[in-house]
Ligand binder design. Structure first.
Ligand SMILES: Nc1nc2c(ncn2[C@@H]2O[C@H](COP(=O)(O)OP(=O)(O)OP(=O)(O)O)[C@@H](O)[C@H]2O)c(=O)[nH]1
Ligand SMILES: [Mg+2]
Length: 262
């Protein structure tokens, strides 16, 4: 064998994969913008492979066709619900790091590389992006903002965790975190549930985010979903005992799931 062929035989470190998971329900106006905004080149320069997974709730518009054309893998999840969509998405994801965002162009996709770096440097399991730290004019009406503030306040009081934006839908998580947790909500309240689990039992931080004006129609009903989320915050006190999947994991000292954690 010739000497100059040798470097090819040296095993290289396998590349890490990032899974971007996007739930969609009739988002034909926003899905293209959302996928286009993903920093694909930057992530590839940083040495990451990327998979884009759309979890579609049986949209009746062109969402799935547009997503496929933009290079995403589309998974059809006919069962209703935002939380339901994510459960399916987490099972489908092959990545070492999972990132979520909406299909309406509201979240700062451009910050994904920074968040991933933060996750690694600080050794975190979970990051949530705070939409309130930098909100574009008109991105959220006053009524919706008040509801968000109240829900976040209740979450801080009931669970003693420091989260400014309990309803943010942009999270950056390790695969290990997702494999260990047991999400029980199928609705919008899954967003507060995942944060309670992350901040109570894992290493989690809220990072400054941005929030842009939505493209397309909102799926969340401010009052009824807000009310449902508040009731879930209260009810979840009795469900939190099921938050972690396997009892053998409690041997890890960093995880304390005794009753006094509430
Ligand atoms: N697969 C699936 N996706 C859903 C469902 N409900 C909502 N979504 C998607 O989940 C994301 C969040 O819904 P939004 O309507 O944007 O809710 P929101 O971000 O809390 O509300 P805004 O701040 O007003 O945008 C969007 O990408 C929706 O298309 C559902 O039942 N199934
Ligand atoms: Mg949204």
């Amino acid at each position: 064998m010739e000497l100059f062929n040798l470097p090819q035989l040296v095993p290289t470190k396998p590349q890490q994969m990032i899974s971007i998971i996007i739930p969609t329900l009739n988002e034909q106006d926003g899905i293209e913008k959302t996928i286009r905004a993903l920093p694909k080149t930057r992530l590839s320069e940083l040495g990451y492979d990327l998979e884009i997974i759309i979890i579609d709730g049986n949209s009746t518009d062109l969402t799935r066709e547009i997503a496929r054309r933009m290079g995403a893998r589309v998974v059809l999840e006919k069962r209703k619900g935002y939380g339901r969509a994510f459960k399916t998405g987490f099972n489908e994801a092959k990545g070492d790091i999972l990132v979520t965002l909406d299909a309406d162009g509201t979240y700062p996709a451009e910050l994904i590389p920074e968040y991933i770096q933060g996750l690694k440097e600080k050794g975190l399991d979970f990051i949530t992006a705070n939409r309130f730290s930098n909100m574009q004019n008109g991105a959220m009406d006053a009524y919706h903002q008040f509801g968000n503030d109240m829900l976040s306040l209740f979450m801080r009081i009931i669970y003693s965790i420091h989260v400014r934006d309990s309803q943010s839908g942009m999270w950056i998580m390790t695969k290990n975190f997702i494999q260990r947790i047991n999400i029980q909500s199928n609705g919008f309240s899954m967003s507060e549930e995942i944060k309670i689990i992350a901040f109570k039992f894992f290493k989690a931080l809220e990072f400054d985010g941005r929030y842009y004006k939505r493209v397309g129609k909102v799926k969340l009903a401010t009052f009824s979903d807000g009310w449902r989320n508040l009731k879930y915050l209260i009810r979840y006190r009795s469900l939190i005992k099921n938050a972690i999947k396997s009892p053998s994991l409690f041997q890890d000292e960093s995880i304390d799931i005794t009753a006094d954690t509430l």
